[in-house]
Ligand binder design. Structure first.
Ligand code: DAH
Length: 346
């Protein structure tokens, strides 16, 4: 009878499986604790007839040893398993997954750099609207009524006036509109730069786009001279393109400046010797500029007898392309991460 029970327990214990600490504890309670099945059989030994007791006792000892050995084996297996040792779940030899960081857009990098240089010369930063009235974009800036820039093929119009009075609404074609807004609002001295987005009705290609960025500059005060313009841009060129940079002014024409000049900087790729970037001239054009036309000062309510000023405007795309050797304007707006990632940490 008791032998039957022992056989049953032996096979049960041999077949038992234990996968975790809870199951191990259940095993212990069921078989080897004080109230476990094996202990219970030992307690029963006293009811066994004297002559069988020795043999049954031996069987029970074997059973007890089996239960304890199994318990210890289970315990060792659990202690060595990954569940109880989280570090075994981590492969310390795996290479680290790269921590991908975003990057500033190259136009942002260059715009910030331009702002920084002019801020250190005492310029503040102003902004104006992208949707603008004719007055701020054209008329106040001394554009003649029949100036070609006022045509549909150059300018995006939002609404066009029918009558004599020019009250067209349009997308600004340059940041010069902010000059007018500043001068209307604020009395000299004015020393400000005006970054922003501008729009022109152009077919998109490697060299032209319908949306691009400019930084406008304006300095109006008593006795501002052409020399101040030249010195300011000379300092800018050294800071932006390197201390050996030179600048060159070429006579030009803008309706809102008189005299006007195109600013070239010595090619910072070849140092002026001649290369593809400067088309073998040694110079690259970076800005338009000039002395603010007295008509413009008067249009904005500033006495042109008392005050003079200089202004300039530069294209951020152009400077960025020169600086990083980028040859296609479309790259700036395509948001191709293979292009943008090259500016990580720049
Ligand atoms: N507005 C001109 C353009 O878009 C650039 C420019 C030239 C701005 C001369 C100026 C300036 O302020 O004085 O081409």
């Amino acid at each position: 009878m008791i032998t039957e029970r022992v056989k049953e327990l032996v096979s049960e214990i041999e077949q038992a499986t234990v996968g975790n600490k809870e199951q191990l504890e259940a095993f212990r309670l069921k078989y080897i604790s004080k109230k476990g099945a094996v202990t219970e059989l030992f307690d029963n030994l006293k009811n066994i007839p004297q002559e069988d007791r020795r043999a049954v006792g031996q069987e029970l000892n074997t059973l007890k040893n089996l239960a304890q050995t199994r318990f210890q084996d289970f315990q060792t297996a659990i202690e060595n398993s990954a569940d109880s040792n989280p570090e075994m779940l981590i492969d310390l030899t795996l290479p680290v997954a790269p921590n991908l960081q975003g990057s500033l857009h190259p136009l942002t990098i260059v715009r910030r750099r331009i702002i920084e240089i002019f801020e250190r010369m005492g310029f503040n930063v102003s902004y104006g609207p992208e949707i603008e009235k004719d007055w701020y974009n054209f008329s106040a800036l001394n554009f003649a009524d029949n100036h070609p820039a006022r045509e549909m093929q150059d300018t995006f119009f939002i609404s066009k006036s029918e009558g004599e009075v020019k009250d067209d609404v349009l997308l600004r074609t340059h940041t010069s509109n902010v000059q007018v807004r500043l001068m209307e609002r604020q009395k000299p001295p004015i020393r400000s730069i005006m970054p922003g987005r501008v729009f022109r009705n152009e077919a998109i290609s490697a060299r032209a786009h319908c949306v691009f960025h400019q930084v406008e500059g304006l300095y109006v005060d008593k006795n501002v001279s052409f020399k101040d313009l030249k010195d300011t841009l000379y300092h800018f060129a050294k800071e932006m393109f390197g201390k050996d940079s030179k600048i060159r002014l070429r006579p030009s024409y803008f309706p809102f400046t008189e005299p006007s000049a195109e600013i070239d900087v010595s090619c910072f790729i070849c140092g002026g010797v001649g290369c593809n970037v400067c088309k073998h001239t040694g110079w690259v054009e970076i800005a338009g500029s000039g002395m603010v036309d007295p008509n413009v000062l008067e249009n904005c309510g500033i006495d042109s007898e008392e005050y003079t000023g200089f202004a300039f405007g530069m294209g951020i795309e152009r400077i960025t392309m020169l600086r990083y050797g980028i040859n296609d304007l479309r790259l700036f707006t395509e948001n191709d991460v293979r292009f943008l990632r090259q500016f990580e940490g720049a």
